[in-house]
Design a protein around this ligand. Sequence first.
Ligand code: RB5
Length: 147
Amino acid sequence: MIIIGSDHGGLSLKTALCEYLGRRGIEVADAGTNSDASVDYPDYGQKVAETVREGGAESGILICGTGIGMSIAANKIPGIRAALVTDVFMARMAKEHNNANVLVLGGRVLDEQKACDLVGAWLDATFEGGRHQSRLDKITALEMKYC
Ligand code: RB5
């Protein structure tokens, strides 16, 4: 299952991505927002990231206007590797090298087709492990040191 959340700046892309994931037969949990009213992106970043951290979803997708705020917020939660991506190569690398468990997109940066392509590239990729796992272990050590 994938949990997806956005602020008002990512709402229309979230709707499009829910449909895309549904077409792929992937179960989706919608963490909101579900109206155009202005909301604070950290609230939705927290909801999605905590759900992934606690094992309530395999991975998450977050969308705000640029993706920047959501990625900053989600990466505050230990165990979350949130990757803000803008092209297919980055989306693939986010899984292959970084094992990103949250993908972050900018709703005011991407059109719907591009966003679906990025999500597809991330979902279809596989973490390579090996030297990349050692690097992730160093990130975990940083979390342990400061959290
Ligand atoms: C909201 O206007 C906007 O600041 C937010 O969607 C996001 O882009 C923040 O990084």
